[in-house]
Design a protein around this ligand. Structure first.
Ligand code: DGY
Length: 322
């Protein structure tokens, strides 16, 4: 009996590749380099299912090519689906799934990493030491700020926002305020206060961390007005998607000293990073590492396996999108 086929646009950690290969005829992208649009269209069209990642743009053309070919299911390797044209997929009757839950802890950990690196000037210190420019311990040398007792503002209090809130509150004694499009009850388990607007969160916080999905509504949710409400001692952290921050406004705020710094793991148009962001002062910049732990990347693959298996069996998807 022929097994359903699935096109996987990148390489995965081996346990997840093995689990997928045990059930399906799998085509992995042997080179593990980002594919061109033509390669994506050809691969998606010639398989029953496709498993892209955040680095693949699955736009209306790719969806249409898939629908005209064999593709009936897109099982995304990742939780964010802003790179997939969901409207086109629905119009063509292509099912979509994602991988919620399994990357919550890894992404929350990386958020705290960025907060700590900024607060304690860890990137600056490492660069100085490696450059041979360290002159020894000094009372005013690379003095940062402590996180303990400060206020964290969270934009988007879903799974990841709540995991960040717990780490900040229980680990560092931070107060938490947040903005979320729907009501979150019980103070998210950390006595967090829900505020009415992003600007109010910005005004109340020493750290503003973004954890909302990237949608038309959240594009540039942190823009010039919200940044203007922040204290000059406050930091912006983004581990969500580049599009949720207005990068031009962020650069202006960093350059003028309107905010103290920014820790960014995601960028508009990544992997190309706006040169103005690279040149801006007081930043810690990472190459989209939020989910990059062995445990999480295996678990993400296993989620794709579960969803593809359900689709092939004609049973409800565990993680449907749309
Ligand atoms: C996601 O899953 O959306 C991450 O950004 C990539 O792992």
């Amino acid at each position: 009996m022929t097994r359903p086929s699935i096109f996987v646009t990148r390489r995965w950690p081996s346990p997840a590749e093995e689990a997928l290969s045990a059930l399906f005829d799998v085509t992995f992208n042997a080179d593990d380099r980002p594919l061109s649009k033509d390669e994506l269209m050809a691969g998606v069209a010639s398989h029953d299912m496709a498993a892209p990642t955040v680095s693949d743009v699955i736009d209306a053309d790719v969806v249409a090519a898939g629908a005209a070919g064999r593709c009936r299911m897109i099982a995304n390797y990742g939780v964010g689906v802003n790179h997939i044209d969901l409207v086109s997929a629905a119009a063509h009757g292509i099912a979509v799934s994602n991988t919620p839950g399994v990357l919550t802890d890894a992404t929350a950990d990386l958020t705290l990493t960025l907060m700590l690196m900024l607060s304690r000037r860890a990137g600056e210190g490492e660069r100085e030491l490696r450059a041979g420019a360290w002159n020894g311990w000094g009372p005013t040398h690379l003095v940062g700020r402590q996180m303990t007792g400060k206020t964290l503002g969270i934009i988007g209090m879903g799974r990841i926002g709540q995991a960040v809130a717990r780490r900040a509150h229980f680990g560092f004694g931070m107060d938490v305020v947040f903005q979320n499009r729907s009501a979150v009850t019980g103070g998210a388990g950390v006595g967090a206060r829900q505020l009415a607007s992003v600007a109010e969160v910005c005004a109340a916080s020493d750290y503003v961390s973004l954890h909302c999905a990237a949608t038309a509504e959240t594009r540039h949710i942190l823009g010039a007005d919200a940044l203007a409400a922040m204290s000059p001692d406050a930091y912006v952290i983004n581990t969500a998607r580049g599009d949720v921050v207005d990068e031009a406004a962020l650069v202006a705020a960093l350059e003028s000293g309107a905010i103290a710094g920014a820790g960014l793991d995601v960028f508009q148009g990544e992997p190309v990073v706006n040169p103005a962001i690279l040149a801006a002062p007081n930043t810690v910049l990472l190459p989209h590492l939020g989910s990059a732990t062995q445990e999480t990347r295996v678990a993400m693959g296993m989620k794709v396996v579960e969803n593809a298996r359900a689709f092939a069996a004609g049973t409800p998807l565990p993680d449907p999108v749309g």
